[in-house]
Design a protein around this ligand. Structure first.
Ligand SMILES: Nc1ncnc2c1ncn2[C@@H]1O[C@H](COP(=O)(O)OP(=O)(O)OP(=O)(O)O)[C@@H](O)[C@H]1O
Ligand SMILES: [Mg+2]
Length: 224
């Protein structure tokens, strides 16, 4: 599903090239739940942006479902971002002037689906996530855990191949965080592929497999 080989990415700081991701090899099969564990500044978000096709690496190969991302024109990349990847962020990134329902179905409306079909398509997820009684609320009227569940519902709206979460429990209290992680495990048990980025080993341990990233280098994590 995800196949990344010898990937490098850095940033230009003035005249100087600052390497961030260093020769990364990363493979994810369909149905996996993988955590990427690393300290602040290790390159996690940079890597997530590359995996999510929001940013392109400087060198290396990236195949998503067999398609070479590096050779893809911007238009097709936009489509892949919209259809294949569901993003979940630490700070939810909900639109404050929209209702919960409007936030959730927005990715489908952007694809040209009509309101009623979009709502129908999302209803099962909405019920699964237990937010069906909050659909007319604005994000500001929800708890952190509820906001994160709305953002998960939005990420899942288009039935993406991969759910990509960057510190999804970072802004939550311990209990809401645990609920979100349990939800990820349930979604994974239903067959959803999840890649979750975190600096917290306890959070990473909810996943089936852990990779660690230290100073831009990725490796398998093992307790020993
Ligand atoms: N646009 C940019 N230009 C230059 N340097 C950047 C840019 N974005 C990130 N960096 C640098 O890349 C490194 C990795 O940043 P990144 O955001 O990927 O880390 P992170 O692991 O997500 O950290 P955190 O846990 O704090 O979110 C940092 O040293 C950061 O300063
Ligand atoms: Mg980050």
């Amino acid at each position: 599903m995800i196949d990344i080989k010898n990937l490098n990415k850095g940033y230009m700081l003035g005249e100087e090239y600052l390497p961030i991701l260093k020769n990364i090899n990363f493979h994810v099969d369909e149905g996996e739940f993988v955590a990427i564990l690393g300290p602040s500044g290790s390159g996690k978000t940079t890597f997530m942006n590359v995996i999510g096709c929001m940013d392109i690496s400087d060198s290396g190969e990236y195949y998503l479902d067999g398609l070479s991302i590096h050779e893809m024109p911007e238009e097709q990349l936009t489509e892949i971002r919209n259809k294949e990847i569901g993003f979940i962020f630490q700070n939810y990134q909900l639109i404050s002037t929209y209702t919960v329902l409007q936030n959730i179905i927005m990715p489908l409306l952007m694809r040209g689906m009509d309101h009623r079909s979009a709502e129908e398509q999302c209803m099962e997820t909405i019920k699964l996530l237990g937010i069906d009684h909050r659909l007319d609320h604005k994000p500001s009227e929800l708890s952190g855990g509820q906001k994160q569940r709305v953002s998960i519902a939005r990420a899942m709206a288009g039935n993406p191949a991969i759910l990509l979460a960057d510190e999804p429990t970072g802004a939550l209290d311990t209990n809401s965080g645990k609920e979100v992680l349990k939800l990820f495990q349930e979604l994974n048990a239903m067959g959803h592929t999840i890649v979750m980025i975190t600096h917290d080993l306890k959070v990473a341990q909810s996943a089936k497999r852990i990779c660690k990233i230290v100073d831009g280098r990725l490796s398998e994590y093992s307790v020993r």
